[in-house]
Design a protein around this ligand. Structure first.
Ligand SMILES: Nc1ncnc2c1ncn2[C@@H]1O[C@H](COP(=O)(O)OP(=O)(O)OP(=O)(O)O)[C@@H](O)[C@H]1O
Ligand SMILES: NC(=O)c1ccc[n+]([C@@H]2O[C@H](COP(=O)(O)O)[C@@H](O)[C@H]2O)c1
Length: 281
């Protein structure tokens, strides 16, 4: 993308984002790659809607492989929603500006389509969306209620294992602190969870065991249903010996001007981070 069109895009995102923040809306689509009208979006035939919710701070090679593998394995026509969460359940907001993240999401979407081009003939449309809702049950409801997608569209949320554990933590669901609020989400939608084996979250067997326990009724005491396990697919993530990837590591590499940045994030995102001097504080 030429430098002046990137700056124009950044300014446009800053302005639409300001309107979104000031509005009562809890979800909106700010852009689509390739560009299209709202009418085209509504007219889309029944498809899977993959949703990758993240702070995109910055988008990484892990996000790229999570989205690529879901789209490649899908047997139905699919669409991808990159969903920027302006409010996080646990973390305070950190740099970069949201408009920079939206620009990086757009570059990420273009990279993703280029990446898929060599493997599939029909490329998915990719929406760039925003939500004010930190919890998945509310994100899914906000997407449904927006009317921006055909009714009954099944959402498949792409998360990592660490996020699955937090979705199933009753502490997020006051006042009863049970898992019952997950029912509307998991009866209509799905989770595709990428394993994230490391010291904090356990190895592959422990992560598979977590889902097995749910399927055997091990969380019924918290109000979970065993059939929810059928709505959750666990997929292999980083293989042994491969570099662990996270946005935190990418921010650190940017700050220390470490070449590793180009391995941690897609090429266009790395160039943007360097050109805009992001993550220097
Ligand atoms: N390397 C990874 N393996 C598996 N899942 C991942 C990986 N990186 C991110 N995810 C998942 O992608 C989603 C969005 O990621 P998020 O923005 O939290 O990235 P992050 O790298 O964990 O961020 P940060 O380092 O800033 O905490 C989350 O559900 C997260 O679990
Ligand atoms: N119970 C939940 O639905 C729940 C719990 C913790 C985090 N989240 C969300 O998961 C996403 C990823 O979070 P992190 O960036 O903290 O990994 C964010 O949108 C965050 O708000 C949801």
């Amino acid at each position: 993308m030429a430098a002046n069109s990137v700056q124009q895009l950044r300014l446009r995102y800053a302005s639409v984002l300001k309107n979104f923040v000031a509005s009562a809306q809890t979800f909106d689509i700010l852009d689509t790659v390739p560009p299209q009208t709202g009418q085209q979006r509504n007219a889309a035939p029944s498809h899977s809607l993959f949703v990758l919710d993240s702070s995109f701070n910055p988008p990484t090679a892990a996000h790229l492989s999570i989205a690529t593998s879901a789209l490649e394995e899908s047997r139905r026509p699919s669409r991808l929603l990159l969903l920027l969460a302006t409010q996080n359940a646990d973390k305070p907001s950190k740099p970069a500006w949201f408009e920079d993240r939206l620009v990086m999401m757009t570059m990420f979407a273009q990279d993703l389509r280029t990446h898929l081009q060599s493997r599939q003939s029909e490329l998915p449309d990719i929406d760039i969306g925003v939500t004010k809702k930190p919890y998945f049950v509310d994100k899914a409801a906000a997407i449904e209620e927006s009317g921006l997608y055909a009714r009954d569209t099944e959402q498949v949320h792409l998360t990592g294992y660490d996020t699955l554990i937090r979705i199933f933590n009753p502490k997020y669901y006051p006042p009863t602190h049970t898992l019952q609020p997950l029912e509307p989400f998991l009866s209509r939608h799905r989770l595709r969870v990428t394993m994230r084996p490391d010291d904090e979250w356990g190895n592959r067997e422990e992560q598979e065991d977590y889902l097995r326990q749910l399927a055997q009724g091990g969380r019924e005491g918290d109000g979970a249903k065993r059939e929810w396990a059928d709505r959750i697919q666990l997929v292999q993530g980083r293989k042994a010996g491969e570099l662990p990837i996270s946005s935190t590591r990418a921010r650190q590499a940017a700050q220390t001007k470490d070449q590793l940045l180009t391995t941690l994030v897609p090429e266009s995102v790395a160039s943007y981070v360097v050109e805009q001097n992001l993550y220097q504080e």
